[in-house]
Ligand binder design. Structure first.
Ligand code: 5GP
Ligand code: ZN
Length: 112
């Protein structure tokens, strides 16, 4: 499958790795939109959060258990934002489920 994030997970495309375990992989965004901009993805290819179901929801639960550890590691003690874009209207450009972790400054109030 031709997927940028699957290639990053396999190491075929280099990335700045922040965290890895058997279920998920986190790395710095190549085009940061905040002083700290990290992406966390499941190793299993799931297209988007719209594909989450009873069977794979445990992967998302695991990712959310890891996010606070990554945020601490990245020094986001004053808070941060977790975002996932879905589909065309949601401006999802990479079709492999990912959560943006954004912080390092007080973020915009604007969500949309
Ligand atoms: P989306 O717009 O799909 O929610 O977010 C995709 C994110 O992936 C963007 O913030 C973009 O900068 C990032 N991205 C795309 N290609 C690469 C890459 O090859 N390496 C890294 N580190 N980030 C990427
Ligand atoms: Zn993928």
């Amino acid at each position: 499958m031709n997927c940028i994030f699957c290639s990053i997970i396999s190491g075929d495309i280099p990335s700045k790795k922040v965290y890895e375990d058997e279920i998920c992989f986190a790395f710095l965004d190549i085009n940061p939109q905040a002083p700290v901009h990290c992406l966390i993805v499941p190793k299993a290819h799931i297209q988007s959060a719209d594909e989450v179901n009873e069977e794979n929801a445990c992967v998302v639960a695991h990712i959310f258990s890891v996010i606070p550890k990554i945020a601490k590691e990245l020094g986001l003690s004053a808070g941060y934002r977790v975002v996932t874009n879905i589909g065309e209207d949601g401006r999802q450009s990479v079709k492999h489920l990912h959560f943006h972790i954004l912080g390092g400054k007080q973020l915009s109030e604007n969500m949309a």
